[in-house]
Design a protein around this ligand. Structure first.
Ligand code: EAX
Length: 338
């Protein structure tokens, strides 16, 4: 008998086996692990649990969302790589590491880009935010919406900050992106990029004097235990993104995709609400914990960071390798936020 005829029954057998196996997996339900870098009480995890509840209810338990906070599944960068490989299904992450995957995201890493939340939401939920979110499938990931980390403020253990000069030589941890590094250099500080999971120990041991994060992170990570001063600089607006692996997405039925998309939108609204509430409530809490708070005049900080907007490599990255495109995007946002 020719060889090819032998193959046919084998192939049929294999197809049946695959079919039985995949039906068994479906019957057993699908697990979506969702990792975050922040402590369990942080807004990311409250929102992730909200998402979990909606998805599990609407799919009648066919999809089991499991939330893993506190970088248990790795740093934000590791988790995004996990989505590409298919070793992790979902993550809710800041834009910190995302510019290394989709450089256009660096647009949102620019300092003092937005004045208030309304401006942020208009841009993120509008054409610009959508066009950047649409670039993710090219790198094996899909965006389920722009969530919020929040406006970032500086804490340190050295001295109160009122003006950029007070930051001279300050060893400050930043997220792993050149725009953050550059910004802190223009302010006179000495930035050190580091994964969030290592930050508490680095502050405790004095590897760095300072860090910057929204109040919700500062509070949930108990940075007040190792930092005396808080300066309300609001220098970066830090968006977050709920992301799902393309590999996972392709395994979902149209009905389950719809449920996940709707649940993600609902959880996003919820998360933005609790994020705003956190900003309203946590300043008093952090003062109670003993932090000395300053409200610096923002103008000298805005002037000091101007060179970041002129840096060719940054503009080019924002344009996905094309400086003209990058400048156009920056101008568009600046016009929208004037
Ligand atoms: O996404 O790395 C950071 O400072 C982030 O703000 C934090 O992990 C939340």
């Amino acid at each position: 008998m020719p060889k090819s005829r032998n193959c046919i029954p084998m192939l049929v057998f294999l197809m049946i086996a695959v079919f039985i196996f995949s039906s068994a997996v479906q019957a057993a339900g699908m697990v979506l692990k969702l990792g975050t870098s922040t402590q369990p009480s942080h807004i990311y995890n409250q929102a992730a649990e909200h998402f979990e509840k909606i998805v599990e209810e609407k799919t009648g338990g066919a999809i089991d969302v499991q939330v893993f906070p506190a970088a248990q599944l790795g740093s934000e960068r590791d988790m995004v790589e996990g989505l590409q490989l298919g070793s992790l299904e979902m993550t809710l992450t800041s834009t910190g590491p995302l510019g290394n995957f989709v450089p256009q995201v660096k647009l949102f890493n620019l300092p003092f880009l937005f004045k208030d939340r309304e401006q942020c939401y208009a841009v993120l939920d509008g054409d610009i935010g959508q066009s950047i979110a649409d670039l993710f499938p090219r790198v094996g990931i899909r965006s389920l919406g722009w969530y919020e980390n929040g406006f970032r403020n500086i804490t340190n253990s050295r001295n109160p900050i009122q003006k950029p000069e007070d930051m001279k030589g300050l060893k400050i941890r930043v997220m792993e992106d050149d725009v953050f590094i550059l910004t802190m250099k223009t302010l006179g500080a000495s930035p050190l990029p580091m994964a969030f999971g290592e930050l508490y120990t680095a502050l405790e041991q004095g590897t760095v004097d300072a860090q910057e994060n929204p109040l919700a992170v500062i509070h949930s990570s108990r940075f007040f235990e190792v930092q005396d001063y808080l300066a309300m600089t609001g220098h970066f607006y830090s968006p977050a993104m709920l992301l799902i692996s393309n590999i996972t997405w392709n395994q979902l039925s149209p009905e389950h995709r719809k449920i996940i998309t709707e649940a993600a939108a609902e959880a996003k609204t919820y998360e933005r609400k609790i994020s705003k509430e956190a900003d309203e409530n946590l300043l008093a809490e952090l003062k109670k914990e003993g932090m000395e708070v300053t409200f610096p005049d923002k103008e000298p900080f805005i002037s000091a960071v101007a060179p970041v907007y002129e840096k060719e490599s940054v503009i080019k990255a924002i344009g996905g390798g094309n400086a003209e495109e990058g400048q156009k995007l920056i101008d568009q946002v600046r016009n929208a936020t004037r």
